[in-house]
Design a protein around this ligand. Structure first.
Ligand code: NAP
Length: 520
């Protein structure tokens, strides 16, 4: 046995360096998180896994969101795998083509494509109590089976169109930012953009530069900070290539700067809010002329309640001669125009919906039936819940990446998902070592964890009274993690087998239930 393997057996916080198993593992989704999970499995010597991907290419959100101006609002050196850092980022904040290239390169480098079934959509899955096996059905009628299933469908992958009367009657070009048509030429067109969130503030300056007329419908303004972006000169990139320590140091610094910034976004304490709002207010005063316009773009809710955005070109774009900002949503849409709430008819050639996504952590990403035919959607009827964001009682051998309450508001999502990957690896290693048929989190452990999460939510800016995709209809935050990433890391480092009901191969379901009376 290799020394590293001995170490990982005696140290429950280290992910196993080698897993000896013939268990089949099914990963749903080949975006950042699904590929990261696959890489970690490979590095632990596990090869019998399959990824299914509904599209024809890897990349998830970074494949789909290729609208002009699409970029990441987390610094490039942090928005990449810690185990495959990239010295070649050309900008401090990566743009979509470069991030997409990075993801494709990872798929190539770790030889993952042979594990991926492209153009395969999962339509349902069912856990078989007797065998401890997941049966997954795809849209083309195939059935896949696996001992372990990992949902890596992403947090925001299904475009949400706005519910506006007449939208379907529009005869011009209708696009969602996540379903952009690269062949559509905006030059000389009259365009309307609906929305003023993270996607809108990136696409609007690009459209404003090309369209003859741009009308923006802003229902709610966003709090926006300056973006400390810059081109990274080739000389600096060469230094990172030559001295990886410098690259690690840069990542380390960005990580801890983001952690320092966390309370300004997350906490509802006046001390943090006042300072953060003063910074964002100064950005408005510096970039926006005229008190009328300043008033329209200044939010009336606490900073952090919705996602805090960064941009240097949104406010200037709003003030271009060819741009009009309407401080409301549209009233309705006709064949060739948008009608405003005050009765104006604005003729347009194209409508861009920058209206966000359907949020899966409010509901099951696809029909999932667990032990005793339990329906995940029903289990999540009151809002999605999981233990540490990865495991759900009643659904053995199923793990989530980017599951409930694991989204970050202040740092890279990968800083969270990597910890989930390592945790899942530890769980799989545990199953392999003990020849487990099933591993299912205890309901009381999951409930205790979520009581703590929801208690902490009461003291965050997210529940301070705005309407956002973070919340369910009843106002419960099921999407974000209410704390620092370093603290989530500590929680995820330790895989405690006592948190789980475990059933070995050969043990009957009844025997296990009798020995586990607390299972819900
Ligand atoms: P979003 O934040 O949900 O924003 C949707 C926008 O559409 C909001 O301004 C919303 O207004 C508006 N809207 C929705 N329905 C409307 C209607 N019927 N009439 C008028 N306006 C309507 O969506 P997003 O901008 O696509 O961003 C979603 C998330 O994706 C972000 O929070 C972020 O996590 C991620 N993202 C990240 C980046 C990045 O740089 N890393 C870039 C883009 C997106 P209300 O606010 O009034 O609801």
């Amino acid at each position: 046995m290799a020394m590293a393997d001995v170490f990982s057996r005696i140290n429950p916080v280290a992910p196993p360096s080698h897993i000896d198993t013939d268990m089949d593992i099914l990963i749903v989704g080949a975006g950042f998180s699904g590929l990261g999970m696959a890489i970690q499995l490979k590095q632990a010597g596990v090869e019998n896994f399959t990824l299914i991907e509904r599209a024809g290419e890897v990349g998830g959100t970074w494949r789909d969101n290729h609208y002009p101006g699409a970029a990441c609002d987390v610094a490039s050196h942090l928005y990449s795998f810690s185990f495959d850092q990239n010295p070649n980022w050309s900008r401090a904040f990566g743009q979509q083509p470069e991030i997409f290239e990075y993801i494709k390169r990872c798929a190539q480098k770790y030889n993952l494509r042979k594990h991926i079934r492209f153009n395969t959509t999962m339509v349902s899955s069912r856990y078989d109590d007797d065998s401890g096996i997941w049966h997954a059905r795809t849209a083309d009628g195939d059935e896949l089976t696996a001992r372990v299933m990992v949902s890596a469908v992403g947090a925001l992958s299904d475009a949400a169109y706005p519910k506006i009367a007449g939208l379907e009657s529009f005869r011009g070009k209708l696009m969602h930012t996540a379903q952009w048509d690269n062949h559509y030429d905006l030059a000389g067109k009259r365009v309307a953009v609906i929305g003023s969130g993270a996607s809108a503030i990136q696409v609007v300056p690009e459209i404003a530069a090309q369209a003859t007329q741009l009308t923006i419908f802003q229902r709610t303004p966003s709090w926006i900070m300056p973006k400390p972006d810059r081109a990274i000169p080739e000389k600096e990139q060469a230094e990172y290539r030559k001295t990886p320590f410098k690259l690690h140091k840069r990542r380390f610094r960005i990580y801890w700067m983001s952690e320092l910034f966390a309370p300004f976004v997350i906490s509802d304490l006046a001390f943090f809010k006042k300072r953060a709002e003063a910074m964002a207010g100064a950005h408005i005063r510096k970039q926006v002329r005229g008190s009328g316009m300043r008033e329209i773009v200044t939010p009336d809710y606490r900073i952090g309640c919705k996602r805090v955005l960064i941009s240097n070109d949104w406010y200037p774009a709003l003030q271009q001669d060819n741009v009009e900002l309407i401080a409301d949503g549209p009233e309705c849409i006709t064949e060739n125009a948008i009608v405003t709430r005050d009765g104006r008819t604005i003729e347009v050639d194209a409508i861009v919906c920058a209206t966000g996504f359907k949020v899966p952590s409010k509901a099951a990403p696809f029909p999932i039936r667990g032990r005793a035919d339990a329906d995940l959607n029903a289990a999540w009827g009151d809002g999605a819940e999981a233990y540490k964001g990865v495991a759900v009682a009643g659904f053995p051998n199923l793990f989530f990446l980017m599951g409930p309450n694991t989204g970050p508001s202040h740092t890279s999502v990968l800083a969270f998902t990597e910890m989930q990957m390592e945790y899942i690896l530890k769980a799989i290693g545990h199953m392999a070592r003990h020849k487990l048929k099933s591993l299912e989190v205890k309901k009381k452990i999951q409930d205790k964890f979520n009581r703590g999460i929801q208690w902490r939510m009461k003291h965050t800016s997210w529940t301070s009274g705005c309407n956002s995709w973070y919340l369910t209809d009843s106002g419960k935050n099921t999407t974000l993690y209410p704390g620092f990433n370093w603290e989530y890391r500590l929680r995820m480092w330790y895989f405690r087998s006592a948190d789980y009901h475990r059933q070995t191969i050969g043990q009957s379901v009844r025997a296990r239930r009798e020995s586990s009376p607390s299972v819900a």
